[in-house]
Ligand binder design. Structure first.
Ligand code: MG
Length: 379
């Protein structure tokens, strides 16, 4: 079914403390709202409802990846605005979610979606487990039976046309979308909510949310190591290109491309960490379009392939093995150039060199060898 997601983040709530509304405050290095939107990554249509004053901030944070909608004076008005944006678009179902619930688990969202196959409305909730009291002036004034009581969460999901009609028929305010759906006679299925799906409301909720994120990250972190090895023979020439840096020399390096043995070894290390073969698999030497191609194209491809699989470079270490040219004076430039190509900090890149004590082909100065290791972190 064609689905839209509406994230409501136009509120100005101040109970959470801080100078900015809670959805714009930092949670583990990025705004709460960025986490919320990320939880729905992959949605066909994603609308984020913002306070009119926050539209520029929204554009800066999300670019064109979401549709920004100006909110109204209340949550009900904000949702109504977003539903009207979707009117006539052919959307069949809509999930409406609080911007201040950044940790909504994917399986909870799937439960809401699954329930919408069977009925017109569904929402997650948790049965109340604590005893409930009524209080008056700091004293317990009575006990409330908790049987059949639930704590409502979001996303609340609906077939689109019925919820649009329900909103159009509901002139006033409502606690949430379920209330409006029920006012229109829609049956709302309860699906299991999740304790992690907390709504950030109080200052201490930020610490709790950050702890949940840390636990998830620890459980998901995936560290991968790869190695690469390459050799190129010397030929006639007056320079070599090593790790992207042109180094004057009495010889050149023979190769299909620019023969950058260091960059090739590093690229193969990244492919290796991904279990994605080597340069030859992605850029077959038999294909004339890669003849003479600059090696940064290969490295750039490997890094982007890693990113597309959810990995980033933690560090890499390259050792060039040759008697000459001397690498030391160029090593920092080489690390900086590799870091530039890979889009990472130069402190994550090590380039060093050794000789082979005049033994073997590198010792006889017949060519240069390079070995590289790369660590990728995913999750
Ligand atoms: Mg090579």
């Amino acid at each position: 079914m064609s689905e839209a997601v509406i994230i409501v983040a136009a509120g100005r709530g101040t109970r959470a403390g801080g100078e900015r509304p809670k959805q714009w405050q930092d949670l583990a290095g990025r705004p709460v709202l960025a986490h919320t939107v990320a939880a729905f990554r992959g949605a066909e249509r994603l609308l984020v409802v913002l306070h009119p004053e926050d539209m520029d901030a929204g554009l800066a944070l999300f670019g064109g990846s979401v549709t920004l909608v100006a909110g109204g004076a209340s949550r009900t008005e904000s949702v109504r605005n977003a539903l009207e944006v979707l009117a006539g678009s052919g959307v069949e179902t809509v999930l409406i979610h609080d911007g201040a619930r950044p940790l909504v688990p994917a399986d909870l969202i799937d439960r809401v979606r699954a329930a919408l196959i069977e009925g017109p409305a569904a929402a997650p909730a948790l049965a109340v487990s604590d005893a409930l009291w009524r209080g008056d002036a700091g004293l317990v004034a009575g006990v409330q039976d908790r049987a059949g009581l639930y704590r409502a969460q979001t996303p609340q999901g609906f077939h689109f046309e019925p919820i649009l009609a329900a909103y159009r028929a509901h002139p006033g305010e409502a606690a949430d979308d379920v209330e409006i759906a029920r006012a229109a006679g829609l049956p709302v299925t309860i699906v299991a909510g999740a304790e992690d799906n907390l709504k950030i409301t109080w200052p201490e909720d930020f610490d709790r949310a950050a702890a949940i994120l840390r636990a998830r990250k620890g459980a998901q972190m995936d560290v991968r190591l790869g190695n690469g090895y390459d050799v190129h023979a010397f030929c006639e020439g007056d320079h070599v290109v090593l790790c992207g840096v042109k180094v004057p020399h009495s010889k050149g390096l023979l190769g299909h491309s620019d023969a950058d043995v260091g960059m090739h070894a590093l690229t193969d290390a990244i492919y290796g960490a991904l279990a994605e073969g080597d340069i030859g698999r992605h850029f077959p030497p038999s294909d004339p379009q890669w003849k003479g191609a600059a090696s940064w194209i290969f490295l750039d491809h490997a890094v982007k392939l890693a990113a597309s699989k959810g990995y980033r470079l933690a560090n890499c270490d390259i050792t060039l093995i040759c008697e000459r040219p001397k690498i030391g004076p160029h090593a920092l430039d080489m690390a900086a150039e590799l870091a530039r190509i890979m889009g990472c900090d130069p402190t994550r890149v090590s380039v060093k060199a050794t000789t082979s004590e005049r033994l073997g082909f590198t010792g006889r100065e017949e060519g240069i060898a390079a070995i590289a290791t790369a660590t990728l972190i995913g999750g």
